[in-house]
Ligand binder design. Structure first.
Ligand SMILES: Cc1cc2nc3c(=O)[nH]c(=O)nc-3n(C[C@H](O)[C@H](O)[C@H](O)COP(=O)(O)OP(=O)(O)OC[C@H]3O[C@@H](n4cnc5c(N)ncnc54)[C@H](O)[C@@H]3O)c2cc1C
Length: 398
């Protein structure tokens, strides 16, 4: 069977399919693991806290998605949370702990502390562990190979791959295909000339191929903005300060200093509030002419004590430091940037699309988050549905 893409969903699917006994080929546009998954800093949600429950995670997810998600998919996502964390730990992801206990942080739209992190590098840590597991499995790799065509055959699928370096075309036969090529939002942002957090490979051609094959979609035009894209300093324009910045106490302010939104509300609410404040002429103009609002990052150390930001947000602290801004003393300017495709290909609990033999997992799929995603639920989605899709596709391929 063929897996397209090697972010969290593709690599989870490949490992599960291989464990289920399938012969697996992973075709991916760049090097193995190059993906949006590798950019994720914030963390992953799962109901593992003593005061938490799968039911509570389920309700928060449905509510944040404006009740548009498919309940059975949200059920599978949230029930799969604790198991996904256990599995990631087994393959080598080192989640942050306070003493013996897993560290759990609050995050926008969640009624409990539910966000787990591997330092500030949850995505890169996941990719490192998944890549090692893929390489240790009997999985064939076609790196720097772009899927450009997919045709049904009597026995499954014929995929056409094009080599990135040499432009050579290769044809591959597969009984089942898992599409894990992400949401493709970078392509959309470039087309509209707006900022995006996405990897340059995040283009929507695979999504388009599936739609042309007749796969049904849900909430496909529903996009999420990350509320705190950096506006200034210019060197960091478009970089998204992780939501944990607000979890730790950074506050949002209009030009007059007034706070105008609950910083821990779901992302769509916070993003809309920022846009409204700027549209009302209460934003702050950067020397580039771009406008944003203040994110008072210095509030974090005021709340937790000196040194907290440098330790818990070391990457952000260093990155801004290099650009000449000490976020423990100065405020930064932020405005929403395009971040995530909420919907995508309609799937069932096993990642099966409406086209027989064609599976989808991760950001390319729809119905798991409805029309707004809770932070940390996407990394979980990639592992839970990646593994389910890989396992189910392996059964078709058997
Ligand atoms: C900056 C940033 C921070 C984020 N932070 C968080 C966070 O803290 N928590 C959270 O839950 N979510 C976060 N997200 C969202 C989350 O990381 C992604 O939604 C998720 O990782 C998507 O995983 P995926 O496997 O579905 O797709 P991706 O990780 O995007 O992988 C897609 C793969 O498909 C490949 N591909 C694309 N087209 C083709 C093609 N034609 N042929 C072959 N291969 C192809 C790509 O090269 C890539 O390997 C963040 C996203 C970004 C951009």
């Amino acid at each position: 069977m063929l897996v397209v893409g090697s972010g969290g969903a593709g690599m989870s699917a490949a490992i599960a399919a291989s464990e289920a006994g399938a012969r697996v080929l992973v075709a991916t546009k760049s090097a193995l693991g190059a993906s949006n998954t590798a950019r994720a800093q914030g963390g992953i949600q799962a109901a593992v806290g003593d005061d938490d429950s799968v039911e509570s995670h389920y309700e928060d997810t449905l509510a944040a998605g404006h009740m548009d998600a498919r309940p059975e998919l949200v059920r599978a996502l949230t029930e799969g949370g604790p198991g996904a964390i256990g599995w990631l730990s087994e393959i080598g992801v080192r989640f942050s702990r306070d003493g013996e206990r897993l560290r759990l942080l609050p995050c926008g739209g969640a009624s409990r502390k539910r966000l787990l992190q591997a330092g500030e590098r949850t995505g890169p840590e996941m990719v490192t562990a998944l890549r090692a597991a893929v390489r240790a499995a009997p999985v064939e790799l076609a790196e720097r190979s772009r899927l450009v065509d997919l045709d049904p055959t009597a026995r499954g699928w014929r995929a056409t791959l094009v080599g990135k370096r040499n432009g050579e075309t290769r044809s591959v036969e597969a009984a089942a295909v898992v599409l894990a090529a992400g949401g493709g939002l970078r392509g959309e942002a470039d087309r509209r000339g707006i900022g995006s957090t996405n990897h340059p490979d995040a283009t929507p051609e695979v999504l388009r191929l599936a739609l042309e094959l007749g796969a049904e979609a849900r909430e496909i035009e529903s996009w999420q903005q990350h509320p705190t894209g950096s506006v200034w300093p210019e060197a960091l324009a478009g970089y998204a300060l992780p939501e944990t910045t607000r979890s730790y106490g950074a506050t949002l302010h209009a030009r007059d200093g007034e706070r105008f939104v609950d910083e821990m509300a779901p992302r769509d609410v916070v993003s809309q509030a920022i846009e409204d404040v700027v549209a009302a002429g209460r934003g702050v103009a950067a020397p580039t002419g771009a406008t944003g609002v203040w994110l008072d990052t210095a509030a974090i150390d005021r709340r937790h004590g000196a040194g907290f930001t440098a330790e818990r947000l070391a990457y952000v602290h260093k990155r801004y430091g290099k650009a000449g801004v000490d976020i423990t003393r100065e405020r930064v300017l932020v405005y929403p940037v395009l971040h995530y495709r909420n919907g995508g290909l309609a799937i069932d609990r096993d990642g099966a699309t409406t086209v027989p033999g064609l599976f989808a997992a991760g950001e390319i799929s729809g119905g798991v988050h409805g029309s707004n995603r809770l932070m940390g639920n996407s990394l979980l989605d990639t592992v839970v549905f990646g593994r389910r899709a890989g396992d189910a596709a392996a059964r078709v391929a058997a």
